[in-house]
Design a protein around this ligand. Structure first.
Ligand code: AHR
Length: 512
Protein backbone atom coordinates (compact mmCIF):
# COMPACT_ATOMS: atom_id res chain seq x y z
CA UNK A 1 0.00 0.00 0.00
CA UNK A 2 2.83 2.34 0.99
CA UNK A 3 4.65 1.49 -2.27
CA UNK A 4 1.57 2.32 -4.35
CA UNK A 5 1.18 5.60 -2.50
CA UNK A 6 4.85 6.50 -3.12
CA UNK A 7 4.48 5.62 -6.80
CA UNK A 8 1.40 7.79 -7.07
CA UNK A 9 3.21 10.62 -5.32
CA UNK A 10 6.20 10.35 -7.70
CA UNK A 11 3.85 10.26 -10.72
CA UNK A 12 1.98 13.28 -9.41
CA UNK A 13 5.20 15.19 -8.74
CA UNK A 14 6.63 14.36 -12.16
CA UNK A 15 3.39 15.28 -13.81
CA UNK A 16 2.95 18.51 -11.94
CA UNK A 17 6.53 19.64 -12.64
CA UNK A 18 6.13 18.71 -16.31
CA UNK A 19 3.87 21.72 -16.73
CA UNK A 20 4.60 25.18 -17.96
CA UNK A 21 3.39 27.72 -15.50
CA UNK A 22 3.93 31.45 -15.25
CA UNK A 23 2.90 33.16 -12.03
CA UNK A 24 2.37 36.88 -12.58
CA UNK A 25 2.68 39.18 -9.58
CA UNK A 26 0.70 42.09 -10.97
CA UNK A 27 0.84 44.17 -7.78
CA UNK A 28 4.52 43.74 -7.03
CA UNK A 29 6.02 46.08 -9.65
CA UNK A 30 8.92 48.15 -8.32
CA UNK A 31 11.39 48.85 -11.15
CA UNK A 32 10.94 50.51 -14.54
CA UNK A 33 12.15 48.81 -17.71
CA UNK A 34 14.32 51.50 -19.29
CA UNK A 35 13.40 52.05 -22.91
CA UNK A 36 17.14 52.03 -23.57
CA UNK A 37 17.19 48.25 -23.13
CA UNK A 38 15.74 48.31 -26.65
CA UNK A 39 18.77 50.17 -28.04
CA UNK A 40 20.77 49.63 -31.22
CA UNK A 41 24.34 49.81 -32.42
CA UNK A 42 25.72 51.17 -35.70
CA UNK A 43 29.39 50.76 -36.58
CA UNK A 44 31.38 51.82 -39.63
CA UNK A 45 31.46 48.19 -40.68
CA UNK A 46 30.40 46.70 -43.99
CA UNK A 47 27.11 48.23 -45.08
CA UNK A 48 25.76 49.31 -41.72
CA UNK A 49 26.39 53.01 -42.26
CA UNK A 50 27.17 53.28 -45.98
CA UNK A 51 24.26 51.74 -47.91
CA UNK A 52 22.40 50.98 -44.66
CA UNK A 53 21.66 54.21 -42.83
CA UNK A 54 23.30 56.57 -45.30
CA UNK A 55 23.29 56.67 -49.08
CA UNK A 56 24.70 60.18 -49.62
CA UNK A 57 23.03 63.53 -50.23
CA UNK A 58 23.30 63.18 -54.00
CA UNK A 59 21.45 59.88 -54.23
CA UNK A 60 18.39 60.34 -56.42
CA UNK A 61 17.35 56.65 -56.52
CA UNK A 62 16.73 56.10 -52.81
CA UNK A 63 14.52 58.63 -51.00
CA UNK A 64 16.62 60.31 -48.32
CA UNK A 65 16.95 63.34 -46.11
CA UNK A 66 20.48 64.71 -46.11
CA UNK A 67 21.61 61.30 -47.30
CA UNK A 68 19.80 59.30 -44.58
CA UNK A 69 17.42 56.67 -45.99
CA UNK A 70 13.81 57.59 -45.27
CA UNK A 71 12.63 53.95 -45.35
CA UNK A 72 15.11 53.22 -42.55
CA UNK A 73 13.91 56.22 -40.56
CA UNK A 74 10.30 55.10 -40.90
CA UNK A 75 11.06 51.51 -39.85
CA UNK A 76 13.19 52.51 -36.85
CA UNK A 77 10.66 55.08 -35.67
CA UNK A 78 8.01 52.37 -35.73
CA UNK A 79 10.34 50.31 -33.58
CA UNK A 80 10.59 53.28 -31.16
CA UNK A 81 14.37 53.13 -31.34
CA UNK A 82 15.42 54.80 -28.08
CA UNK A 83 19.21 54.99 -28.38
CA UNK A 84 21.85 54.39 -31.06
CA UNK A 85 25.51 53.63 -30.32
CA UNK A 86 28.12 54.88 -32.83
CA UNK A 87 30.73 54.76 -34.47
CA UNK A 88 31.90 51.39 -33.05
CA UNK A 89 32.85 48.83 -31.91
CA UNK A 90 36.46 48.27 -32.78
CA UNK A 91 36.23 51.07 -35.34
CA UNK A 92 35.69 53.60 -32.53
CA UNK A 93 39.21 53.23 -31.17
CA UNK A 94 40.67 54.05 -34.60
CA UNK A 95 38.31 56.95 -35.28
CA UNK A 96 39.38 60.58 -35.04
CA UNK A 97 36.19 62.60 -35.03
CA UNK A 98 37.78 65.77 -36.42
CA UNK A 99 38.37 63.86 -39.71
CA UNK A 100 34.59 63.59 -40.05
CA UNK A 101 33.47 67.22 -39.66
CA UNK A 102 33.56 70.26 -41.94
CA UNK A 103 33.26 70.44 -45.74
CA UNK A 104 33.10 66.92 -47.14
CA UNK A 105 35.62 67.55 -49.91
CA UNK A 106 38.19 68.55 -47.29
CA UNK A 107 37.68 65.50 -45.07
CA UNK A 108 40.60 63.07 -45.20
CA UNK A 109 40.08 59.43 -46.10
CA UNK A 110 41.40 56.55 -44.02
CA UNK A 111 41.57 52.80 -44.20
CA UNK A 112 39.05 50.96 -42.07
CA UNK A 113 41.67 48.59 -40.71
CA UNK A 114 39.33 46.53 -38.55
CA UNK A 115 36.78 45.85 -41.20
CA UNK A 116 38.32 44.83 -44.51
CA UNK A 117 40.78 47.70 -45.07
CA UNK A 118 38.15 49.46 -47.17
CA UNK A 119 38.33 53.21 -47.75
CA UNK A 120 36.49 55.30 -45.19
CA UNK A 121 35.93 58.72 -46.74
CA UNK A 122 34.48 60.23 -43.56
CA UNK A 123 31.44 61.54 -45.42
CA UNK A 124 29.28 60.33 -42.53
CA UNK A 125 30.60 62.02 -39.39
CA UNK A 126 29.47 63.67 -36.18
CA UNK A 127 27.04 66.20 -37.68
CA UNK A 128 25.47 63.57 -39.94
CA UNK A 129 25.09 61.10 -37.07
CA UNK A 130 23.69 63.52 -34.53
CA UNK A 131 21.27 65.08 -37.03
CA UNK A 132 20.16 61.56 -37.96
CA UNK A 133 19.47 60.75 -34.30
CA UNK A 134 17.26 63.83 -34.12
CA UNK A 135 15.40 62.60 -37.20
CA UNK A 136 14.97 59.15 -35.61
CA UNK A 137 13.97 60.56 -32.22
CA UNK A 138 16.74 58.41 -30.70
CA UNK A 139 19.33 59.39 -28.11
CA UNK A 140 22.89 59.23 -29.45
CA UNK A 141 25.49 57.16 -27.62
CA UNK A 142 28.98 58.21 -28.74
CA UNK A 143 31.79 55.73 -28.30
CA UNK A 144 35.01 57.65 -27.68
CA UNK A 145 38.45 56.75 -28.97
CA UNK A 146 40.57 55.75 -26.00
CA UNK A 147 42.80 53.10 -27.63
CA UNK A 148 44.49 55.42 -30.13
CA UNK A 149 43.05 58.79 -29.12
CA UNK A 150 43.87 61.30 -26.41
CA UNK A 151 41.97 62.75 -23.46
CA UNK A 152 42.11 66.11 -25.27
CA UNK A 153 40.46 64.66 -28.39
CA UNK A 154 37.60 63.18 -26.39
CA UNK A 155 37.22 66.34 -24.28
CA UNK A 156 37.02 68.35 -27.51
CA UNK A 157 34.30 66.02 -28.86
CA UNK A 158 32.23 66.68 -25.75
CA UNK A 159 32.69 70.42 -26.23
CA UNK A 160 31.95 70.24 -29.97
CA UNK A 161 28.68 68.41 -29.42
CA UNK A 162 27.14 69.76 -26.20
CA UNK A 163 28.83 72.92 -24.99
CA UNK A 164 26.99 76.23 -25.51
CA UNK A 165 27.70 78.61 -28.33
CA UNK A 166 30.69 80.85 -27.90
CA UNK A 167 32.06 79.02 -24.86
CA UNK A 168 35.28 77.74 -26.47
CA UNK A 169 36.81 77.08 -29.92
CA UNK A 170 34.97 73.76 -30.30
CA UNK A 171 31.42 75.16 -30.23
CA UNK A 172 32.70 77.85 -32.64
CA UNK A 173 33.85 75.08 -34.98
CA UNK A 174 30.40 73.49 -34.69
CA UNK A 175 28.76 76.79 -35.66
CA UNK A 176 31.16 77.14 -38.60
CA UNK A 177 30.07 73.65 -39.68
CA UNK A 178 26.45 74.71 -39.85
CA UNK A 179 25.11 73.83 -36.40
CA UNK A 180 24.98 76.61 -33.90
CA UNK A 181 22.97 75.05 -31.07
CA UNK A 182 24.39 72.11 -29.19
CA UNK A 183 22.92 68.66 -29.71
CA UNK A 184 21.73 66.60 -26.79
CA UNK A 185 24.33 63.86 -26.18
CA UNK A 186 23.98 62.16 -22.85
CA UNK A 187 25.62 58.76 -23.38
CA UNK A 188 29.41 58.51 -23.76
CA UNK A 189 31.43 55.32 -24.02
CA UNK A 190 35.01 55.58 -22.76
CA UNK A 191 36.54 53.29 -25.36
CA UNK A 192 35.31 49.91 -26.54
CA UNK A 193 36.53 46.42 -25.62
CA UNK A 194 39.60 47.91 -23.93
CA UNK A 195 40.70 44.33 -23.16
CA UNK A 196 40.95 43.66 -26.95
CA UNK A 197 40.69 45.88 -30.03
CA UNK A 198 40.39 48.94 -27.79
CA UNK A 199 44.00 48.73 -26.61
CA UNK A 200 44.63 45.22 -25.23
CA UNK A 201 44.75 46.66 -21.75
CA UNK A 202 44.76 44.90 -18.41
CA UNK A 203 41.75 45.89 -16.30
CA UNK A 204 43.86 47.78 -13.74
CA UNK A 205 45.53 49.80 -16.49
CA UNK A 206 42.22 50.55 -18.24
CA UNK A 207 40.66 51.67 -14.94
CA UNK A 208 43.45 54.25 -14.59
CA UNK A 209 43.16 55.34 -18.23
CA UNK A 210 39.39 55.63 -17.78
CA UNK A 211 39.86 57.91 -14.75
CA UNK A 212 42.22 60.09 -16.73
CA UNK A 213 39.90 60.41 -19.77
CA UNK A 214 36.71 61.17 -17.83
CA UNK A 215 38.47 63.85 -15.78
CA UNK A 216 38.42 66.12 -18.85
CA UNK A 217 34.92 65.34 -20.11
CA UNK A 218 32.98 68.28 -18.82
CA UNK A 219 29.24 68.71 -18.54
CA UNK A 220 28.36 72.27 -19.30
CA UNK A 221 25.43 72.45 -16.97
CA UNK A 222 23.60 70.18 -14.61
CA UNK A 223 20.53 69.71 -16.76
CA UNK A 224 22.50 67.98 -19.49
CA UNK A 225 24.66 65.67 -17.42
CA UNK A 226 26.77 63.25 -19.36
CA UNK A 227 26.44 59.55 -18.60
CA UNK A 228 29.84 57.82 -18.69
CA UNK A 229 29.96 54.16 -19.70
CA UNK A 230 33.13 52.16 -19.01
CA UNK A 231 34.21 49.57 -21.53
CA UNK A 232 32.98 46.33 -20.03
CA UNK A 233 33.75 42.67 -19.77
CA UNK A 234 33.53 40.09 -22.49
CA UNK A 235 31.16 37.31 -21.47
CA UNK A 236 32.15 35.82 -18.11
CA UNK A 237 35.25 37.92 -17.40
CA UNK A 238 33.98 38.72 -13.92
CA UNK A 239 37.40 39.96 -12.83
CA UNK A 240 37.03 42.85 -15.31
CA UNK A 241 33.82 44.04 -13.63
CA UNK A 242 35.35 43.54 -10.19
CA UNK A 243 38.36 45.73 -11.03
CA UNK A 244 36.20 48.47 -12.60
CA UNK A 245 33.96 48.61 -9.54
CA UNK A 246 36.94 48.51 -7.17
CA UNK A 247 39.27 50.96 -8.91
CA UNK A 248 36.96 53.61 -10.38
CA UNK A 249 35.40 55.98 -7.83
CA UNK A 250 31.60 55.83 -7.96
CA UNK A 251 31.34 59.53 -8.76
CA UNK A 252 33.33 59.04 -11.96
CA UNK A 253 31.21 56.31 -13.53
CA UNK A 254 27.56 55.87 -14.51
CA UNK A 255 27.58 52.45 -16.18
CA UNK A 256 29.74 49.47 -17.07
CA UNK A 257 29.34 47.61 -20.33
CA UNK A 258 29.14 43.87 -20.97
CA UNK A 259 29.45 42.23 -24.41
CA UNK A 260 28.10 38.80 -25.21
CA UNK A 261 27.59 37.17 -28.61
CA UNK A 262 25.78 33.89 -29.21
CA UNK A 263 28.44 32.03 -31.19
CA UNK A 264 28.58 28.28 -31.64
CA UNK A 265 32.38 28.19 -32.09
CA UNK A 266 34.52 31.17 -33.14
CA UNK A 267 36.41 29.02 -35.67
CA UNK A 268 33.29 27.35 -37.04
CA UNK A 269 30.29 29.60 -36.57
CA UNK A 270 28.04 27.87 -39.09
CA UNK A 271 25.56 29.20 -41.61
CA UNK A 272 22.98 31.78 -40.57
CA UNK A 273 20.21 29.94 -42.42
CA UNK A 274 21.31 26.39 -43.14
CA UNK A 275 21.71 25.01 -39.62
CA UNK A 276 20.85 21.77 -37.84
CA UNK A 277 18.81 21.39 -34.69
CA UNK A 278 22.09 20.69 -32.79
CA UNK A 279 23.47 24.02 -33.98
CA UNK A 280 20.21 25.73 -33.08
CA UNK A 281 20.38 24.21 -29.59
CA UNK A 282 23.96 25.37 -29.07
CA UNK A 283 23.10 28.89 -30.22
CA UNK A 284 20.22 28.96 -27.75
CA UNK A 285 22.49 27.69 -24.96
CA UNK A 286 24.86 30.59 -25.69
CA UNK A 287 22.01 33.09 -25.87
CA UNK A 288 20.46 31.90 -22.63
CA UNK A 289 23.83 32.26 -20.84
CA UNK A 290 22.88 35.94 -20.75
CA UNK A 291 20.76 35.22 -17.66
CA UNK A 292 23.78 33.88 -15.75
CA UNK A 293 26.08 36.63 -17.04
CA UNK A 294 23.76 39.43 -16.00
CA UNK A 295 23.13 37.79 -12.62
CA UNK A 296 26.81 37.25 -11.83
CA UNK A 297 28.09 40.62 -13.10
CA UNK A 298 25.25 42.26 -11.11
CA UNK A 299 26.23 40.38 -7.96
CA UNK A 300 29.76 41.83 -8.23
CA UNK A 301 28.36 45.31 -8.81
CA UNK A 302 26.05 44.85 -5.79
CA UNK A 303 29.08 44.38 -3.51
CA UNK A 304 30.35 47.87 -4.32
CA UNK A 305 27.06 49.54 -5.23
CA UNK A 306 24.21 47.97 -3.24
CA UNK A 307 21.88 50.85 -4.14
CA UNK A 308 22.37 50.09 -7.85
CA UNK A 309 23.36 53.61 -8.81
CA UNK A 310 25.77 52.35 -11.45
CA UNK A 311 24.02 50.74 -14.41
CA UNK A 312 24.92 47.75 -16.52
CA UNK A 313 24.88 48.44 -20.26
CA UNK A 314 24.96 45.30 -22.39
CA UNK A 315 26.11 47.43 -25.28
CA UNK A 316 26.72 44.56 -27.73
CA UNK A 317 24.65 41.39 -27.93
CA UNK A 318 23.30 39.10 -30.63
CA UNK A 319 23.91 36.04 -32.79
CA UNK A 320 27.08 35.74 -34.87
CA UNK A 321 27.33 33.28 -37.78
CA UNK A 322 29.31 32.87 -41.00
CA UNK A 323 28.71 35.65 -43.52
CA UNK A 324 26.32 35.01 -46.41
CA UNK A 325 28.08 33.11 -49.21
CA UNK A 326 29.74 35.42 -51.72
CA UNK A 327 29.85 38.45 -49.41
CA UNK A 328 32.96 40.12 -47.99
CA UNK A 329 33.97 38.12 -44.86
CA UNK A 330 34.98 41.38 -43.14
CA UNK A 331 31.51 42.88 -43.59
CA UNK A 332 29.72 40.44 -41.24
CA UNK A 333 26.55 40.38 -43.35
CA UNK A 334 24.27 37.56 -42.22
CA UNK A 335 20.63 36.56 -42.70
CA UNK A 336 18.21 36.42 -39.81
CA UNK A 337 15.87 33.50 -39.09
CA UNK A 338 13.44 32.35 -36.42
CA UNK A 339 16.57 31.29 -34.48
CA UNK A 340 17.39 35.00 -34.18
CA UNK A 341 13.84 35.73 -33.08
CA UNK A 342 14.43 33.21 -30.26
CA UNK A 343 17.70 34.91 -29.26
CA UNK A 344 15.95 38.29 -29.22
CA UNK A 345 12.88 37.07 -27.30
CA UNK A 346 14.79 35.26 -24.54
CA UNK A 347 17.49 37.93 -24.22
CA UNK A 348 14.99 40.78 -23.94
CA UNK A 349 13.06 38.81 -21.32
CA UNK A 350 16.28 38.54 -19.33
CA UNK A 351 16.97 42.27 -19.62
CA UNK A 352 13.39 43.15 -18.65
CA UNK A 353 13.58 40.91 -15.60
CA UNK A 354 16.91 42.48 -14.54
CA UNK A 355 15.87 46.06 -15.20
CA UNK A 356 16.92 47.08 -11.69
CA UNK A 357 20.52 46.89 -12.95
CA UNK A 358 20.40 46.62 -16.75
CA UNK A 359 19.54 50.11 -17.96
CA UNK A 360 20.74 49.87 -21.52
CA UNK A 361 21.40 47.23 -24.18
CA UNK A 362 22.33 47.55 -27.84
CA UNK A 363 21.69 44.77 -30.30
CA UNK A 364 24.60 44.26 -32.70
CA UNK A 365 24.01 45.71 -35.18
CA UNK A 366 21.11 47.73 -36.55
CA UNK A 367 21.51 47.26 -40.33
CA UNK A 368 23.31 44.71 -42.55
CA UNK A 369 25.74 43.55 -39.85
CA UNK A 370 25.33 40.53 -37.52
CA UNK A 371 21.88 40.22 -35.90
CA UNK A 372 20.29 43.11 -37.75
CA UNK A 373 16.76 44.40 -37.54
CA UNK A 374 16.97 45.71 -41.12
CA UNK A 375 18.67 44.41 -44.26
CA UNK A 376 19.07 46.57 -47.35
CA UNK A 377 20.03 45.89 -50.94
CA UNK A 378 20.25 49.08 -52.98
CA UNK A 379 16.71 50.52 -52.85
CA UNK A 380 15.20 47.39 -51.27
CA UNK A 381 14.71 47.02 -47.52
CA UNK A 382 13.47 44.11 -45.42
CA UNK A 383 12.56 43.78 -41.77
CA UNK A 384 13.99 40.71 -40.05
CA UNK A 385 12.38 38.43 -37.44
CA UNK A 386 14.55 40.24 -34.86
CA UNK A 387 12.92 43.51 -35.92
CA UNK A 388 9.48 42.01 -35.38
CA UNK A 389 10.33 40.76 -31.89
CA UNK A 390 11.69 44.17 -30.92
CA UNK A 391 8.59 45.84 -32.33
CA UNK A 392 6.26 43.45 -30.45
CA UNK A 393 8.26 43.99 -27.23
CA UNK A 394 8.37 47.79 -27.46
CA UNK A 395 5.26 47.85 -25.23
CA UNK A 396 7.70 47.17 -22.37
CA UNK A 397 9.65 50.39 -22.96
CA UNK A 398 9.54 52.57 -19.83
CA UNK A 399 6.84 50.32 -18.32
CA UNK A 400 6.77 49.03 -14.76
CA UNK A 401 8.31 45.56 -14.65
CA UNK A 402 5.98 43.00 -13.07
CA UNK A 403 7.78 40.03 -11.53
CA UNK A 404 6.99 36.56 -12.86
CA UNK A 405 7.95 33.08 -11.66
CA UNK A 406 8.32 30.62 -14.52
CA UNK A 407 8.20 26.84 -14.26
CA UNK A 408 9.07 25.24 -17.57
CA UNK A 409 9.45 21.83 -19.14
CA UNK A 410 12.88 21.08 -20.55
CA UNK A 411 13.86 21.26 -24.19
CA UNK A 412 16.39 18.42 -24.41
CA UNK A 413 19.24 17.63 -26.77
CA UNK A 414 21.13 14.48 -25.76
CA UNK A 415 22.22 15.02 -22.18
CA UNK A 416 21.82 18.77 -22.37
CA UNK A 417 18.69 20.71 -21.59
CA UNK A 418 17.26 24.20 -21.67
CA UNK A 419 14.09 25.68 -20.25
CA UNK A 420 11.60 25.76 -23.11
CA UNK A 421 9.60 28.72 -21.79
CA UNK A 422 10.80 32.16 -20.79
CA UNK A 423 8.71 35.21 -19.96
CA UNK A 424 8.65 38.79 -18.75
CA UNK A 425 5.84 41.21 -17.95
CA UNK A 426 5.18 44.90 -17.43
CA UNK A 427 2.43 47.45 -16.85
CA UNK A 428 2.44 50.50 -19.10
CA UNK A 429 1.50 54.09 -18.32
CA UNK A 430 -2.10 53.52 -19.50
CA UNK A 431 -2.58 50.59 -17.14
CA UNK A 432 -2.31 47.79 -19.70
CA UNK A 433 -0.25 44.75 -18.74
CA UNK A 434 1.91 42.95 -21.31
CA UNK A 435 3.37 39.48 -20.96
CA UNK A 436 5.92 38.22 -23.47
CA UNK A 437 6.29 34.46 -23.71
CA UNK A 438 8.92 32.56 -25.72
CA UNK A 439 9.05 28.84 -26.51
CA UNK A 440 12.53 27.83 -27.73
CA UNK A 441 11.63 24.15 -28.07
CA UNK A 442 12.33 23.19 -31.69
CA UNK A 443 9.86 20.28 -31.74
CA UNK A 444 6.95 20.81 -29.39
CA UNK A 445 4.22 23.34 -28.94
CA UNK A 446 3.83 24.06 -25.22
CA UNK A 447 0.71 24.46 -23.15
CA UNK A 448 1.21 27.30 -20.71
CA UNK A 449 -0.90 28.32 -17.74
CA UNK A 450 -0.56 31.85 -16.40
CA UNK A 451 -1.73 32.39 -12.85
CA UNK A 452 -2.55 36.02 -12.11
CA UNK A 453 -1.96 37.46 -8.65
CA UNK A 454 -2.94 40.95 -7.62
CA UNK A 455 -5.09 42.10 -10.55
CA UNK A 456 -8.43 41.49 -12.21
CA UNK A 457 -8.31 41.62 -15.96
CA UNK A 458 -11.38 41.78 -18.16
CA UNK A 459 -9.90 41.33 -21.61
CA UNK A 460 -7.00 39.65 -23.35
CA UNK A 461 -5.53 40.10 -26.82
CA UNK A 462 -2.25 38.96 -28.30
CA UNK A 463 0.23 38.88 -31.15
CA UNK A 464 2.40 36.01 -32.29
CA UNK A 465 5.58 35.61 -34.34
CA UNK A 466 5.85 32.09 -35.67
CA UNK A 467 6.83 30.22 -38.81
CA UNK A 468 6.71 26.62 -40.01
CA UNK A 469 10.50 26.18 -40.10
CA UNK A 470 13.04 27.62 -37.70
CA UNK A 471 15.38 28.23 -40.66
CA UNK A 472 12.82 30.52 -42.31
CA UNK A 473 13.74 34.14 -42.99
CA UNK A 474 12.56 37.20 -44.88
CA UNK A 475 14.33 37.69 -48.18
CA UNK A 476 14.30 40.50 -50.73
CA UNK A 477 12.05 38.28 -52.88
CA UNK A 478 9.81 37.28 -50.01
CA UNK A 479 10.02 40.17 -47.52
CA UNK A 480 6.92 39.30 -45.50
CA UNK A 481 7.30 35.57 -45.05
CA UNK A 482 7.65 36.15 -41.31
CA UNK A 483 5.66 38.90 -39.63
CA UNK A 484 3.54 39.21 -36.48
CA UNK A 485 -0.08 38.09 -36.59
CA UNK A 486 -3.01 38.45 -34.22
CA UNK A 487 -3.10 35.65 -31.65
CA UNK A 488 -6.49 34.58 -30.32
CA UNK A 489 -5.44 31.34 -28.62
CA UNK A 490 -5.14 32.72 -25.09
CA UNK A 491 -8.18 32.16 -22.86
CA UNK A 492 -8.75 34.28 -19.76
CA UNK A 493 -10.92 32.73 -17.08
CA UNK A 494 -10.94 34.48 -13.71
CA UNK A 495 -7.33 34.63 -12.57
CA UNK A 496 -6.06 32.02 -15.02
CA UNK A 497 -4.90 32.27 -18.62
CA UNK A 498 -4.28 29.21 -20.75
CA UNK A 499 -2.53 29.21 -24.08
CA UNK A 500 -0.63 27.01 -26.47
CA UNK A 501 2.57 28.44 -27.93
CA UNK A 502 3.96 26.75 -31.06
CA UNK A 503 7.58 25.61 -31.30
CA UNK A 504 10.15 28.45 -31.74
CA UNK A 505 7.58 31.21 -31.37
CA UNK A 506 7.07 34.44 -29.47
CA UNK A 507 3.74 35.67 -28.11
CA UNK A 508 3.02 39.03 -26.52
CA UNK A 509 -0.27 39.27 -24.62
CA UNK A 510 -2.09 42.43 -23.61
CA UNK A 511 -4.32 42.38 -20.54
CA UNK A 512 -6.71 45.11 -19.52
O1 AHR B 1 30.04 44.05 -33.54
C1 AHR B 1 31.22 43.66 -34.17
C2 AHR B 1 32.43 43.78 -33.25
O2 AHR B 1 32.29 42.89 -32.19
C3 AHR B 1 32.63 45.11 -32.59
O3 AHR B 1 33.30 46.01 -33.42
C4 AHR B 1 33.45 44.78 -31.40
O4 AHR B 1 33.24 45.66 -30.33
C5 AHR B 1 33.02 43.36 -31.07
O5 AHR B 1 34.09 42.54 -30.85
Amino acid sequence: MRKVFCLLLICYTLNSTAQNKIVLYADRGKDTISKNIYGHFAEHLGHCIYGGFYVGENNTKIPNKNGVRLDVVEALKKLKIPVLRWPGGCFADTYHWKDGVGPKDKRPSMLNVWWGNVKEDNSFGTNEFLNMCELLGAEPYLSGNVGSGTPQELADWVKYTIHPNGSSPMPDLRAQNGRSNPWHVKFWGIGNEAWGCGGNMKPEHYADVYRQFVTYMSDWNNSDRIFRIASGASDDDYNWTEVMMRDIPAKMIDAIGVHHYSVIDWSNKGSATNFSEEQYFTTMQKAMEMEELVTKHSAIMDKYDPKKKIAMAVDEWGGWYDVEPGTNPAFLFQQNTMRDAMIAGTTLNTFNNHCDRVKMANVAQAINVLQSVILTNEEKLILTPTYHVMEMYNVHQDALMLPTAVTSVDYKMGKEKLKAISASASKDKNGATHISVVNVDANNAQDVTIEINGANYKSITGRILTSDKMQNYNSFDSPEKIKPAAYTGAKLSGSTITLKIPAYSVIVLELK
